[in-house]
Design a protein around this ligand. Structure first.
Ligand code: ADP
Ligand code: 5GP
Length: 212
């Protein structure tokens, strides 16, 4: 990334706080690759409605993924242009490799309508968003154990074994970073999908009830 690209950056304005209680809930779902975030988030949107924010990334698209659906897949110069145009709520280089960013306009528009918005972002992204939007609810999804996480990474069928092993090693760092920090309101173990989804749903419902 060019000179103006930082390891992590955001420009979320403080405008949000004045209107927080009239706006929708911003939900940050974090957790290691393969833990089941996407699966849980789709079920949450089915239950509560709202928007699953589509991130932009410079990483390569896998054959199973669709541009504009799973991510906006951008080349580095376009990603840099989006940074320069202040189009990101936050952006970060994840594990020193690809860049990821949350396009801000769609998030703001949906929150203004009072709808829930869900971001699937890494721990540094969640940290950055929370600094400016402290009312965001941050939930970290944990695997039941390491063996199961490795199984799920393979089940996605997205990458070769070397990439899977790299993500697996990074996952352990991400879990350590999350559990040693104070970014998260809750940790939920994704043992079985219905149980984990019910637990996250209960956390979301409690927050919505508290705000109203
Ligand atoms: P992430 O978005 O965190 O990378 P995904 O939602 O893509 O993870 O899930 C990774 C794989 O694990 C998928 O094949 C998904 O169907 C599977 N999976 C998700 N939750 C569970 C669960 N509770 N038990 C078994 N498999 C699961
Ligand atoms: P993956 O390449 O497996 O889809 O995602 C890798 C990591 O990037 C995951 O931890 C995911 O949560 C994170 N990520 C995805 N989109 C964003 C984003 O917009 N911002 C940040 N900071 N992280 C993201």
């Amino acid at each position: 990334m060019g000179a103006s690209g930082h390891a992590a950056n955001n420009h979320a304005s403080t405008q949000q706080s004045a209107h927080e209680h009239h706006s929708g809930l911003l939900l940050l779902i974090c957790g290691p690759s393969g833990v089941g975030k996407t699966t849980i988030v789709h079920e949450l949107i089915r239950r509560f409605g709202g928007l699953f924010s589509i991130s932009a990334t410079t990483r390569q698209k896998s054959p199973q993924e669709r541009d504009g659906v799973d991510y906006f897949f951008l080349d580095e110069s376009t990603f840099q242009k989006w940074i320069d145009e202040n189009r990101f709520l936050e952006h970060a280089q994840v594990f020193g490799r690809s860049w990821y960013g949350t396009p801000e306009a769609a998030v703001r528009a949906e929150l203004a309508k009072g709808h829930m918005v869900v971001l699937d972002i890494d721990v540094q992204g969640a940290d950055n968003v929370r600094k400016h939007m402290p009312d965001a609810l941050a939930v970290f999804i944990l695997p039941p154990d390491e063996h199961e996480l490795l199984k799920r990474l393979r089940a996605r069928g997205r990458e070769d074994e070397a990439a899977i092993q790299r993500r697996f090693a990074e996952s352990k760092l991400e879990i350590a970073r999350a559990t040693h920090g104070n970014t998260f309101d809750a940790f939920v173990v994704n043992d079985t999908l219905p149980r984990a989804t019910d637990e996250v749903s209960a956390i979301v419902a409690a927050r919505i009830a508290k705000r109203s």
